[in-house]
Design a protein around this ligand. Structure first.
Ligand code: HXC
Length: 517
């Protein structure tokens, strides 16, 4: 064999060695845990055969605790680039079979390299996390590695989309990289995220808690809001990423991909003309409205199980991706509270950062009153949503279906927050407050002095409702651009979006604003 052939053979052998990561035994153990290996995951995520791996020959440089005798090609993370539906993405997948996927200086260098490339090329970064945290043997170098990644997460925020899947442990400070990214997907049963694990919790607070109850997918998708999508398993998590990817652009200077629309744009939905119940206290399901107006009923909901009183997610109108923000009258009457405000504000800011128009569907009775909310800072949280809508420069189309009262009217993308097209259904009630509350304030004295207080209040309420609880009063002042027939909502939104395609609006130059955090 020529020496060149020998060298080629050596290369092939080294590649084979790198590809088995921590070895066959460790791979079998990974499979026993119900998890795929880093390379299997990348194969599931990307278009077939599109992955180009980088830094396969990198090794750690640690000599503490005899580490020099224990090193693996690639050192615990697989990095590179490939395509999803033909579009370039950069990806890293932590390899749990090597030192439990723990983060070393070398791993950080590999991850940072592809993050830097993604920024240069203007393409998204997808991180598949499965790691025991900082590589304990590397001490401060592992911490420095995390900090290098976080800094890049911060610089990339709003420039390229960043998506994190949690497919195993993600604990300690390691949780902050996913938290800094745009979307976090957790696989049920195999993933957990927490700052301090059950043992430390027990020592510090005395609380007995399992990993799952402390930071499993259900916890973070239902209670904390850290997780945007709870996937059934690891494979499902990767499918969700592919789907999500179809709605978002490559970077902040590009538009989301335009998809061919097979759903007639002028499709009339007669059911919408009868969806609002006669009683203002009876709910209806906002999902039905969303499903009826978007292309082919295809809705990718974000944070489905968190703050269900507001619905956010991606859909398309005439093939164009939009972000939908909608109050859900079926849950807590669609009231705005702290969690709903935070959830929607973050979504609005993502859409605005990445040129995704916003369609807002309003049916909101107001903000949730009470000490629970006030002590929790609902003032600041509500202000986040107000700020997010107000600063957004993407096309904004708002449709008020029913209630739109007081502060919540303003917050939900009203005209003065630079709403471009503000429509209302004939059932809309746009006013400072509901009739019953208003007459209590205005006519309590008059009622008390009369012989029949209840009748006085009822008469005054009817008068108030007639005057204010309709869309025409707002339309009279131009705050509503048109009152539309509900069944024609899809067409009117599509027309509005077409008109707004060339919208140009910029905010004043500044270092950055000071959103009420
Ligand atoms: C080095 C690690 C490691 C780590 C796991 N391993 N975590 N090696 N540094 N952080 C190694 C294990 O020694 C083991 O090696 C292999 O990975 C697999 O781990 P197991 O324990 O056998 O797996 P499992 O039973 O599934 O448990 C997984 C685990 C557990 C829950 C993640 O390994 C664990 O608790 N690890 C430590 C977690 C931790 O405290 N990390 C540091 C947090 S502080 P062998 O050779 O036996 O196969 C932190 C600060 C970050 O991360 C700050 C950022 C700002």
């Amino acid at each position: 064999m020529s020496s060149q052939l020998e060298k080629v053979k050596e290369l092939i052998e080294l590649r084979a060695e790198a590809r088995i990561g921590g070895g066959e035994k460790a791979i079998a153990k990974q499979h026993e845990r119900g998890k795929y290996t880093a390379r299997e995951r990348i194969a599931q995520l990307l278009d077939e055969g599109s992955f180009e791996e980088l830094d396969m020959f990198m090794r750690h440089r640690c000599t503490n605790f005899g580490q020099e005798k224990k090193s693996y090609l690639g050192d615990g993370v697989v990095t590179g680039y490939g395509t999803i539906d033909g579009r370039l993405v950069y990806v890293f997948a932590q390899d749990f079979t090597v030192f439990g996927g723990s983060l070393s200086e070398a791993m950080a260098l590999k991850i940072c390299k592809i993050m830097d490339m993604a920024m240069k090329m203007g393409a998204p970064v997808i991180g598949l996390n499965d790691s025991g945290g900082a590589r304990i043997q590397e001490g401060i170098n592992a911490l420095a590695g995390y900090a290098e990644i976080f800094q890049r997460n911060i610089m990339a925020s709003g420039v390229i989309p960043q998506i994190s899947a949690i497919l195993g442990p993600c604990a300690g400070g390691a949780v902050y990289s996913p938290a800094l990214t745009d979307f976090t997907i957790m696989a049920k049963g195999i993933s957990y995220m927490f700052l301090t694990g059950p043992k430390v919790v027990k020592t510090v607070t005395g609380e007995d808690v399992t990993q799952e109850a402390l930071g499993g997918a259900d916890v973070h998708s239902q209670k904390s809001g850290v997780c945007h999508f709870a996937a059934e398993d690891g494979e499902d998590a990767l499918k969700i990423i592919r789907k999500l990817f179809s709605f978002i652009p490559q970077n902040n200077l590009e538009e989301p991909p335009l998809v061919e629309c097979t759903d007639p744009i002028d499709r009339l939905e007669d059911s919408l003309n009868e969806i609002i119940p006669d009683s203002p206290n009876r709910p209806y399901d906002m999902y039905e409205v969303i499903g009826a107006i978007i292309d082919n009923g295809e809705f990718l909901e974000v944070q489905r199980d968190y703050a269900k009183n507001i619905i956010v997610g991606f859909a398309r109108f005439n093939g164009q991706a939009v972000g939908i923000v909608a109050n859900q009258p079926k849950y807590l009457a669609g009231v705005l509270d702290s969690n709903a405000s935070r959830k929607a504000a973050r979504f609005v800011r993502f859409c605005d950062a990445f040129n995704i128009p916003l369609v807002t569907l309003v049916d909101v009775p107001g903000f949730l009153p009470g000490t629970g909310q006030e002590y929790n800072g609902v003032i600041l949280h509500g202000a986040k949503l107000l700020y997010a809508f107000g600063e957004a420069t993407v096309p904004k189309v708002t449709v008020t279906l029913r209630k739109s009262y007081g502060g919540s009217h303003i917050v939900m993308s009203c005209k003065q927050l630079r709403g471009d097209m503000n429509y209302a259904w004939p059932t809309a009630e746009i006013a400072v407050m509901g009739g019953a509350g208003a007459v209590e304030v205005l006519y309590a004295k008059e009622a008390k002095a009369s012989e029949n207080p209840a009748q006085v209040l009822a008469d005054r309420e009817a008068e108030y409702n007639k005057l204010f609880c309709n869309p025409y009063n707002a339309a009279r002042y131009g705050y509503i651009d048109d009152v539309i027939e509900p069944r024609n909502t899809r067409f009117r939104i599509i027309r509005a979006l077409q008109q707004l395609a060339t919208k140009k609006l910029t905010n004043p130059a500044k270092k950055h604003g000071n959103i009420p955090l």
